[in-house]
Ligand binder design. Sequence first.
Ligand code: UD1
Ligand code: MG
Length: 460
Amino acid sequence: MNDVTAVILGAGKGTRMKSDIAKVLHPLMGEPLITYPVAACQKAGVGKAVVVVGHQGGEVKEALEKSAAGIGLKFAIQAEQKGTADAVMSAREVLGSAKGTLLILCGDVPLLRAETLVRLVGEHRANSRLVTVLSMEAGDPTGYGRLVRNRDGGLEKIVEQRDCDELALAIPEVNTGTYAVELPWLWRALDEVDSDNVQGEFYLTDIIALAAQSGGAGSYKLPDDNEAMGINSRLQLGEAARELRLRINRDWIERGVEIEDPFSTWIEPEVVLGEGTVIGPGCRLGGKTVIAEGVRVEQGSVITDSEIESGAHVKPYCVITGATVGTGAAIGPFAHLRPGAKIGPEAKAGNFVEVKNSELGRGAKASHLTYLGDTTVGEGANIGAGTITCNYDGVNKSRTTIGKGAFIGSNSSLVAPVTVGDHAVIGAGSTISKDVEAHALGIERARQRNIKGWTKKEQD
Ligand code: UD1
Ligand code: MG
């Protein structure tokens, strides 16, 4: 495949998406649509890949350069979106005198597999064709170009949905928008394509009829029509996400991950999961999250760009972003770990506990209703219910340090910057703004008075 060049078309606006952002920038499982066909080309091992950008071209380029698929990519600009044939023409200069097989893909067909591209090129070359179109038998052919064949079954032309008569509309075999085509023949063919059709656009599909005239057109039919679904509407984007989710989930299940409900769990493409891990229904795992072996993530948890070590237990409905969770730690239910939260081994951040830019040492516990921000909690410390670290004075953020084995009584406020020493105790309900030394009791609250017969007096 190293001698194959790929062109991916992504200049169109995507009017049918009814959106301000270019279609190919719409996210599919967290990644812009265009990154998928580009990644498939890279995985197939093409020697060179060119993306044609136009509508919001700067943003498309930037999105690709940020993604793993963007490595070594070239770009061409289609100034005015005059159709798919014109889009390919725009890449002519960047391709220069390239010869041999060119793969053409649409930026809005995200589920194509690299292996399919390799097979398409194989089929194309084995038959010495000018062009081979990747086709499929669509369950619902609406919106796709139809493959029109002659009496002997030979491919004659592709007719776009809007240019179809009744007879052509009934054809189930459609164009996936993916082609293997020979250079420099393509440039000669494109020179002949006109815009004499319902949309007044230059259709790339017209090259099929031109190749067919010299017996050089053929097709390679995909067995699975989901693989080449084109995204032209938001509903189709949702359908593709469902398909991709199932594909990813099936993959993880085969590798020994237990996904309790593969139909409701979202695992984005870059997430890594360990064997024996269990993922509950409705979880969403995204970004560069890494979950080790034997972890249990229960229902409804959303984990993004985080690392969960082996044997940890994430109880239902936790939100974990940019955090690390150590071996055997227990999180939630309903915990919120924000960027920079580092939960040590065997530690606990329980219900309604929010942790930001803070470390909990081994075995430390914050079991209920707590905010820990910019805080270091030593090994084995216990943070009582309702503890708040007051890390922000309206201008600056300051740190709180809690020593090993310290015990913070319930409903305490620790006003940062402040340090509570090892094995110190804070009396419940205290507002601590001065450091407390190791092994001391820090207590700050008014003495309780009980006024005898007080309600009786009122009633008299
Ligand atoms: C196209 C095919 C159709 C096929 C379908 C598969 C044509 C004429 N039709 O139709 O036969 O069944 O894909 O999904 O090719 N683009 C540009 N510049 C343009 C126009 C489009 O770069 O001027 C890009 C778009 O960004 C998109 C791709 O080309 O990624 C396809 O364009 P789209 O308008 O979606 O074509 P379809 O109507 O889906
Ligand atoms: Mg399309």
